[in-house]
Design a protein around this ligand. Structure first.
Ligand code: CP
Length: 314
C-alpha cells in the first residue's frame, strides 16, 4: 500500500489513529503517545475493570508466540474479552472471504481485529468502508510491515539510549525478507536516528527503496564502533530453494559472536525480534549476556500492545 494512502486510511478526519497497519507516514506525536503510554503502563495497576464492550479477535495465518501471546495478554490486562480464531477452524475454511469475516466480527461487536497474514496488501480491502467500526491491527504483513514490533523495538532503544539522534545502529541479516527490519527502520528514522547501517549477505540484500538513506555495508564496516546491533531472524519460511542459506555457513559469515563484536562500542547492546534460530544468527553465550536486550523486547511487547489498543479506542 502506498504511504499516503496508508496514512489516510489509518487516521480519521481528526488525525486520530483508527487502524495500525504500517508505521510509514504516521506522525511522530502518535508514535510518541503510544511509547509514553507504554512506559506509564509499566508501573500501572491494570485490569481493575472488565470492558465487555471492547472485544478483541485474534486471527493469525502464520505461527506466532510473542505477538499473539502479548496481544492476548495485553487485552486481558485491559479487561477486554478475547476470541481466538483459527483460519482452519473458522468459516474461512468453508470459503468465507476475509472481508466477510471482518464484517461478521464487526456485526458481533468486535472492536479490534489483530491479523497476521503472509499476503502483501491483505489489509487493502479491509480498511475502506467509512462506517467501519472495527479497528484493524497488523500483527505482521508478509515481508512488509510489523508495526507493533517496530514500536516495541523503539521503546527498548529509547529506554537504553536517551540520545537517539547520536545513536549508531547496525541492522544485520535477512533484510530482504524481514518485516521487522522495515518497521523498526521506519520507527528509528521517525525519531531522528540517522546513523543506521545495513549489513546483509548477498542473498538477503534489501531493495534500497525500502531503506532510504541507508546502504549495504560489509559486516566489519557496519559493526565498527556501533552502539546497537539488531540481528534479524532468517525468514526461512519466505526463502526459495535458490535463496536458502545453510545454517553453518550463515553463522560462520554473519553470525554474531563475542569475537565479531570486538570493534563495536565497548557497551554495545544486541536486539533480536525472535524467534532465534539456534546456532545461526547469534552465538548462544550472547543471547543471555548483559549485552542482550532480547528479554526486554518481549516484556515491552505486552506494554506496547496495551498502549496500541488504548490509542485506537474510540
Ligand atoms: N517477533 C515476532 O513477531 O515473534 P513471533 O513470531 O513469535 O510473534
Amino acid at each position: 500500500m502506498n504511504e499516503n494512502r496508508a496514512t489516510s486510511l489509518q487516521l480519521d478526519n481528526n488525525g486520530k489513529l483508527r487502524h495500525l497497519i504500517t508505521l510509514a507516514g504516521l506522525p511522530r506525536p502518535i508514535l510518541e503517545s503510544i511509547l509514553d503510554r507504554a512506559e506509564q503502563l509499566m508501573h500501572a495497576e491494570t485490569a481493575t475493570q472488565f470492558h465487555p464492550d471492547q472485544p478483541v479477535a485474534l486471527l493469525f495465518y502464520e505461527p506466532s508466540t510473542r505477538t499473539r501471546g502479548s496481544f492476548s495478554l495485553a487485552a486481558w490486562r485491559l479487561g477486554y474479552p478475547v476470541i481466538n480464531l483459527e483460519p482452519g477452524q473458522s468459516s474461512i475454511a468453508k470459503s468465507e472471504t476475509l472481508e466477510d469475516t471482518v464484517s461478521t466480527l464487526e456485526a458481533m461487536g468486535v472492536r479490534y481485529l489483530v491479523l497476521r497474514h503472509a499476503q502483501d496488501g491483505v489489509f487493502n480491502a479491509l480498511l475502506d468502508p467509512p462506517d467501519r467500526t472495527i479497528h484493524c491491527i497488523s500483527a505482521g504483513e508478509a515481508h512488509q510491515s510489523h508495526p507493533t514490533q517496530g514500536l516495541l523495538d523503539l521503546l527498548t532503544i529509547r529506554q537504553h539510549f536517551p540520545d537517539l539522534a547520536g545513536l549508531s545502529v547496525a541492522i544485520v541479516g535477512d533484510l530482504a525478507h524481514s518485516r521487522v527490519a522495515r518497521s523498526t527502520f521506519t520507527a528509528m528514522r521517525t525519531f531522528g536516528i540517522t546513523d543506521i547501517r545495513l549489513s546483509a549477505p548477498p542473498e538477503f540484500e534489501p531493495d534500497p527503496v525500502d531503506f532510504q538513506g541507508a546502504t549495504n555495508q560489509t559486516l566489519t564496516q557496519a559493526l565498527e564502533g556501533v552502539q546497537l546491533i539488531i540481528a534479524l531472524r532468517v525468514q526461512s519460511e519466505r526463502l526459495t530453494k535458490s535463496s536458502t542459506i545453510e545454517p553453518g555457513y550463515y553463522f560462520s559469515t554473519y553470525g554474531l559472536t563475542s569475537e565479531r563484536l570486538r570493534n563495536c562500542h565497548p557497551d554495545v547492546r544486541i536486539m533480536h525480534p525472535g524467534p532465534i534460530h539456534p546456532g545461526m544468527e547469534l552465538a548462544s553465550d550472547l543471547i543471555n549476556s548483559p549485552r542482550s536486550l532480547i528479554r526486554q523486547q518481549v516484556h515491552n511487547g505486552v506494554l506496547i500492545r496495551m498502549a496500541v489498543y488504548e490509542e485506537l479506542r474510540s
